[in-house]
Design a protein around this ligand. Structure first.
Ligand SMILES: *Cc1c(COP(=O)(O)O)cnc(C)c1O
Length: 380
């Protein structure tokens, strides 16, 4: 927290704006627009709608794109379930696409092949493409959008983890027809729970808010011609968001400082690869720092290291389990190349939050190196 959050909340209480609209909602949308859109000619005209969750933003994007029953939606497999679940809310089927090894995100070449195969098999084009910037690492989003353009399929850009990441100098979330942000408690900034939809123009923002506020038609009485949702952000939560925007730059700098430290320290550790920007086009926000562990070189599995750190009260986690391996999506078509499955078996998220100090990070590195070297000592 910056300390400013409480001031915006107090203002909302003083003026009795304790509803899902009001000055903080407008102000937060303006702050986001200033950060993401203003000054970038490529994003001119885009507008941002504050919502109750990132999941709600993905769902509304699909609603606005007309995704419905029996449609197919191409979706990155290596992601959090929230990227894919809204496809099912719409009665549509997710078709999962594996990652490329550089960014760990959707492989644009595999995406193109997968779409060609869907068209050949079903005789219909998928309705949308959901690409993700996982862990804040920018996907090859321009190539993904080019594949979308080639087939005439709009891209929904899931930037829930990527606020402040840039690709070729442009903010993540502003490439796709729609962009998605999350302000859940664990994201780069928080509203305690919230999200936003980056819309191509003012008209589509109006449409997003229409569906986010129960699709009420402009009549004096309650008239409904569409199924709506209750997805707008509370004016109290938006007050937290306005306060958080004052420390976004500090948070980004902190995450990138930790990343630089981890990258430097792991550079000479054989069998550990720190997941850093694969090309100069990528400038990750390093929302989560992640490593890949080679069990043959280190003699340790990611689980060995996780348990060692857990015993020291340090939390680490396996990488996201790919969607094509999830029981709930067992029946969904998937186009795989082994990359995400390989990463799931070898990766670990290491401490990266705003309260992780450089001393903490040094300790994490030291303990991982210690665990590996005690393993090789016991082997010899
Ligand atoms: C967090 C997250 C979401 C969902 O955001 P919520 O605000 O938690 O609903 C969607 N996609 C990805 C990749 C996420 O990490």
């Amino acid at each position: 927290m910056s300390g400013e959050e409480q001031r915006f909340i107090n203002e909302a209480f003083a003026e009795e704006w304790v509803v899902p609209l009001g000055p903080n909602v407008d102000g937060f949308e303006e702050d986001l627009k200033k950060f993401l859109i203003d000054g970038d000619p490529a994003s001119e005209g885009k507008e941002i709608a504050a919502l109750s969750a990132g999941t709600a933003a993905i769902h509304l994007a699909l609603v606005l794109l007309g995704v419905g029953r029996d449609d197919e939606v191409m979706c990155q497999s290596f992601t959090f379930a929230a990227s894919a679940n809204p496809v099912v809310y719409q009665g549509a089927t997710p078709v999962f696409v594996d990652s490329e090894p550089g960014s760990w995100n959707m492989d644009p070449v595999l995406l193109d092949e997968a779409i060609a195969d869907r068209v050949a098999k079903t005789g219909r084009k998928p309705k949308a493409i959901i690409g993700v910037h996982l862990y804040g690492m920018p996907a090859r989003i321009d190539e993904i959008c080019a594949v979308g353009e080639k087939w005439g399929i709009p891209v929904v850009e899931d930037a829930a983890e990527a606020l402040g990441s840039t690709y070729k100098g442009r903010e993540c979330g502003t490439f796709g027809r729609y962009g998605v942000l999350s302000f859940n408690g664990n994201k780069m900034i928080t509203t305690s729970g919230g999200g936003a939809l980056i819309c191509p123009d003012a008209e589509s923002k109006k449409r997003a808010i229409f569906f986010a506020t129960q699709a009420r038609e402009p009549f004096p009485y309650y008239q409904h011609e569409h199924i709506g949702f209750n997805y707008r952000l509370s004016n109290i939560s938006a007050g937290i968001g306005r306060g958080q925007m004052t420390v976004l730059a500090d948070h980004l700098a902190h995450h990138r400082r930790l990343a630089a430290l981890y990258e430097e320290r792991f550079r000479d550790v054989e069998g550990i690869t720190y997941h850093s920007n694969p090309t100069p086009d990528c400038d990750s926000n390093y929302w989560l720092s992640t490593i890949e562990i080679d069990p043959e070189i280190t003699g340790c599995t990611p689980e060995d290291i996780r348990l060692h750190l857990a015993a020291l009260n340090v939390e680490t986690r396996p990488l996201w389990k790919p969607m094509h391996l999830q029981p709930v999506f067992a029946d969904a078509p998937a186009y795989v190349n082994g990359v995400s499955e390989h990463l799931f078996g070898r990766g670990l998220c290491i401490p990266s939050g705003p309260w992780v100090t450089e001393e903490d990070a040094e300790m994490v590195v030291r303990e991982i190196v210690y665990r590996i070297s005690s393993q090789s000592a016991s082997l010899t």
